[in-house]
Design a protein around this ligand. Structure first.
Ligand code: SF4
Length: 460
């Protein structure tokens, strides 16, 4: 595998490549012609962006197309329906078919469930009937905040559940340029103590820009935790080590910690190779030196990390680097889902086989977890009884706080890969079964004054 010397990596400037650079990458890395052609035509539908660090240090070019990192960042044949791939291939190089290509791309994107888990309809809160852009409020104590300048990433993952945000459809963008509406919303919602700053990747922003989004949140006394969701430690660890403002970002983290808040950097590592890099491990050490907490999470994705050895190695590497293994997610039902999905039964087997190899300190990890419409549902196991086989499930998190922590069963299926393919058992509590079957109302000020919340606040 080609790799840069540590000195070269440290002086490297960030450079991203996209669909228009495919020929350049083909020539440089010896990508076979037919694969390069597929990348080009699929990149008309799916977002494609990769950077120099990933190309030179993470992809194993001797093992493409099967290499897991190659699968993780390069769109390629099999990710769309064959018929759609054929249509695209016929149109993409035809200068007279621009309009038809545009319509075809639009239609294929629409068929890929671009709004999974009702995030567009269910999670955007309203105040006085007006939507609050840039905020999603799904769980009582947590809001997701989408800073406008943080809505790209250092590279794009082919399996990303937010892929639709990156393809230029304004209707799908949640982001806002500055946090005043967030601060206003937080001041009306003292029950929210946790702000998850997400994207895209907030760490794509300069430190000054990041500061402009984070500092105002520190003026809200009810916010006790700030989390930053990022894959930058895997895709561009220079952000915390050698970038011009790398030291400044560490100072910002120190200031947040000094304000008495928990600062948690929620790092996305998909494959243990991402942690073989000295630079990535140094980035984690520097983040931790500020007093910030380092947590790790990733989805289980076919062709990338769908075996127990990979997860065992990943979680061990995270622990060795001083980070806390946190979540194994189930791939969401959006984008090239058919290509990447792993059935829940297999996902549980992989999780358990990897988990039992771990030292106690790495058994902080939870999974496999579906972040679904009613909340986060974990597959705890498979049980057998006189009535048959069942998945043993639990609501780890829920829109309705009354559901949190409660177990339930669903009929076993060898092939089911998402919650909506499961049939709750007859003994599943009625409120859980109802939450699984249908969406709940939007989070609004009306819900805020609902009985459960008043009751909860009274006991707080
Ligand atoms: S880094 Fe995260 S947000 Fe960005 S493409 Fe990958 S999964 Fe999506």
């Amino acid at each position: 595998m080609p790799s840069l010397s540590p000195a070269a990596m440290e002086t490297e400037r960030f450079r991203a490549y996209g669909a228009r650079h495919v020929d350049e990458l083909r020539d440089r890395f010896g990508i076979p012609d037919h694969i390069a052609r597929s990348i080009k035509s699929l990149a008309a539908v799916l977002p494609f962006r990769v950077n120099e660090y990933v190309l030179a240090n993470l992809v194993d070019w001797d093992n493409i197309p099967d290499d897991p990192i190659f699968q993780m960042v390069f769109p390629q044949s099999g990710m769309l329906r064959q018929e759609d791939e054929r249509r695209l291939a016929a149109l993409v190089d035809d200068p007279d078919a621009k309009k038809e290509l545009r319509l075809t791309v639009q239609q294929i994107r629409g068929s890929l469930n671009p709004h999974p888990s009702g995030q567009k309809q269910l999670n955007v809160p309203t105040v006085d009937g007006n939507e609050m852009p840039g905020i999603q409020h799904k769980y009582r104590e947590t809001v997701l905040y989408f800073p406008g300048q943080g809505q790209t990433c250092h590279s794009y993952c082919t399996y990303c559940f937010r892929w639709a945000q990156f393809v230029g459809d304004a209707d799908l963008r949640f982001a806002v340029p500055e946090p005043s509406r967030l601060v206003e919303y937080l001041s009306h919602h003292p029950e929210i103590d946790d702000v998850l700053v997400t994207g895209g990747d907030p760490m794509i922003m300069s430190t000054d820009r990041l500061r402009s989004h984070l500092e105002p949140i520190l003026n809200v006394p009810t916010v006790r935790t700030i989390r930053i969701g990022t894959k930058s430690v895997a895709y561009w660890p220079q952000r915390f080590v050698t970038d011009n403002d790398a030291d400044d970002v560490l100072r910002l983290f120190e200031e947040i910690v000094a304000s008495g808040r928990n600062l948690a950097v929620m790092m996305h590592f998909t494959h243990p190779r991402e942690l073989e890099s000295d630079l990535a491990r140094r980035a984690i050490a520097r983040i931790r030196s500020t007093g910030a907490l380092a947590y790790c999470q990733a989805p289980l994705v076919a062709r990338v990390n769908d075996d127990a050895e990979t997860w065992s190695a990943l979680w061990r590497a995270e622990l060795a680097a001083g980070a806390v293994p946190y979540y194994m997610f189930v791939e969401r039902d959006t984008g090239p889902y058919e290509y990447f999905k792993v059935p829940l039964a297999r996902a549980h087997e992989i999780f358990r086989s990897a988990y039992l190899t771990l030292p106690g300190l790495a058994r902080t990890v939870r999974g496999p977890v579906m972040s679904a419409t009613p909340g986060k549902v974990i597959v705890d196991g498979v049980t057998e009884s006189a009535e048959g086989r069942f998945f043993q499930l639990r609501m780890l998190q829920a829109r309705d706080p009354q559901l949190v922590g409660r177990p339930f069963r669903a009929h076993y299926s060898e092939t089911a890969a998402w919650l909506d393919e499961l049939r709750p058992a007859d003994d599943a509590p009625a409120d859980i079964a109802a939450a699984i079957r249908g969406p709940l109302p939007q989070v609004t000020d009306d819900i805020d004054s609902s009985a459960w919340l008043r009751q909860e606040l009274a006991h707080a």
